[in-house]
Design a protein around this ligand. Structure first.
Ligand code: HEM
Length: 508
């Protein structure tokens, strides 16, 4: 699988001097003379924003595998292919790209960008032990508390719904990991925001001189090409702050007997070894899925009514939904799955990197290749009709892929039916690098969706003349994608629903 057959080497040995020159120029790519590279554009212009639209176009032109030789980048436009490479051949497709700048900024301590190594394996194991499905009930109390608080916030100040979503996503992570209430600690919340911004800066700014000459780290920051040192300094400072402040507080609470938390217990168990966790993406991604749900429901009141009818029928009106209700609510489940299909927060996954040369479907895939699973990007798909689409908009798997149709999951047999496991929610990625927090994320997004449906009506806002304000339904054009702010009307379904939300304040 990863080596060319012996006959290929024999054939190679007979080739003349000109080839030797080429082999010298491309030493790691010699197998390309046996199997061709997958098709792809010759000298592509990959746009910084909305690159996915371009990926889609190439998909139409070149097929399921698109190889960009200049960047040693492979785009996968089909679920089969993504599973074949990223899952079945995970041993060689599980690395991540790590630049010198990222290393200097302390990124090699962050699980999601860590290279495929013993360090990553150890961190991933620890993360998984604490976030696997069978131990997720540990987080239920915090999830209920935060989601019920979210309902109250929506009832009290509905126009700030986007902020409430962000607070919910951050709140669940901080409460479940550190046992801290982020609402009462504005300092922590501000630091978190600063960390995200610094990370984005370190990831987006490029320092080519430093990438080529790593010894530049020993030069003063005013030296030409050494601007990376300032970025790195800021990044390390905020990582330290964001790590140590909640961390110290959690350990202090445990020692003083004023509260326990996952992190504090792990720290005590491992006698002070640092615990690798991944807050940044975790916070943003659940927020993105929940805001996509709000946007979609405002655009589809008929779906909302149908889901509410199911909840009323199964649960009644005198209590809020719980995790135990999940299997009795197939339509709500299908709404959730359809949101995750149409609006994955990371439409191009996180790029995997290969660690060995490989041959797949007769094509040569060189070592060090950045492999991007094109999960899908909405604008791209709706702009380009009849094209070969990303994974979640593949018409062979999802007929009429651009339509929001929760029923597709109800009617279809397994494996796409709603109650098969979450491995077929491609929004969580593939293979050994699949989202490590997916069970917790899945629970959070589902419980938020069902709780909102049970108690609130999401409708278009009206202007002063009483006309509905149209929602453009736009999304950010970024790697991590979420709806751009819009106006909406959020009201309790009725007095009974309002009382149910009020009552949660007494419970928690
Ligand atoms: C709806 C919410 C979420 C979505 C859609 C999502 C999606 C993803 C995706 C696409 C990846 C990359 C997978 C790949 O490389 O193939 C990823 C990685 C990761 N996610 Fe999530 N995620 C979500 C929430 C969370 C939460 C709540 C946590 C933590 C509690 C979390 C922790 C992680 C970690 C640690 C990784 C890195 C795994 C590794 O590289 O080994 N995620 N996520």
């Amino acid at each position: 699988m990863t080596m060319a057959p012996a006959s290929s080497f024999l054939a190679l040995s007979g080739i003349a001097v000109s080839t030797v020159t080429l082999l010298y120029l491309f030493p790691r790519r010699r197998q390309s003379f046996v199997e061709p590279y997958p098709p792809g554009p010759e000298s592509p212009n990959i746009p910084a924003l909305d690159a996915w639209i371009q990926f889609q176009e190439w998909g139409r032109e070149y097929g399921d595998l698109v190889y960009i030789r200049e960047n040693n980048m492979l785009i996968l436009n089909n679920a089969h292919v993504a599973n074949d490479l990223l899952d079945k051949r995970a041993r060689i497709y599980s690395d991540r790209a790590m630049t010198n700048t990222m290393k200097l900024c302390g990124f090699d301590d962050i699980l999601s960008v860590q290279q495929y190594s013993d360090k990553w394996r150890g961190n991933r194991r620890l993360f998984q032990q604490n976030f696997r499905n069978s131990v997720n009930s540990r987080f239920y109390p915090d999830q209920y508390k935060e989601i019920h608080q979210f309902l109250q916030n929506l009832m009290d100040v509905p126009e700030e719904f986007m902020q409430h979503m962000m607070l919910l996503s951050q709140g669940i992570i901080y409460a479940s990991l550190y046992g801290l209430d982020i609402r009462s600690d504005k300092f922590v919340a501000q630091r978190v925001e600063r960390t995200v911004l610094s990370f984005a800066r370190a990831l987006s700014e490029s320092f080519p001189a430093f990438e080529r000459f790593p010894w530049l780290r020993f030069m003063p920051s005013w030296f030409p090409g050494c601007g990376f040192q300032e970025v790195a300094k800021e990044c390390i400072a905020v990582i330290n702050e964001a790590d140590t402040i909640p961390f110290d507080q959690a350990v202090k609470n445990l020692k003083m007997g004023t509260g326990t938390s996952l992190i504090a217990e792990l720290v005590l168990e491992s006698e002070g070894n640092p615990v690798a966790i991944d807050r940044i993406k975790a916070m943003g991604t659940t927020m993105s899925s929940i805001s996509s749900f709000f946007l979609t429901m405002t655009q589809h009141p008929e779906v909302q009514l149908k889901a509410q009818a199911e909840i009323d029928h199964v649960i009644g009106r005198d209590r809020l939904p719980t995790f135990e209700d999940r299997h009795s609510l197939p339509y709500v489940e299908s709404v959730y799955r359809e949101i995750m299909r149409m609006h994955p927060p990371l439409p191009a996954d996180l790029p995997h990197v290969s660690t060995e040369d490989d041959v797949y479907r007769g094509y040569y895939l060189p070592k060090g290749c950045q492999v991007i699973a094109n999960i899908c990007f909405e604008q791209a798909c709706t702009m380009l009709k009849d094209v070969r689409r990303g994974i979640n908009r593949d018409p062979n798997m999802f007929p009429e892929p651009d339509k929001f149709m929760p029923e597709r999951f109800l009617n279809s047999p397994t494996p796409t039916g709603p109650f098969t496991n979450i491995n077929n929610i491609y929004a969580f990625g593939f293979g050994r690098r699949v989202c490590a927090g997916r069970h917790m994320a899945d629970n959070t997004v589902w419980l938020t969706i069902v709780s909102v449906l049970a108690t609130l009506d999401l409708r278009k806002a009206k202007d002063d003349a009483g006309n509905e304000i149209d929602i453009p339904g736009e999304y950010t054009k970024t790697f991590f994608r979420h709806p751009v702010p819009y106006q909406s009307s959020i009201t309790p379904r009725d007095l009974q629903a309002r009382d149910l939300i009020f009552a949660t304040a007494v419970v928690h």
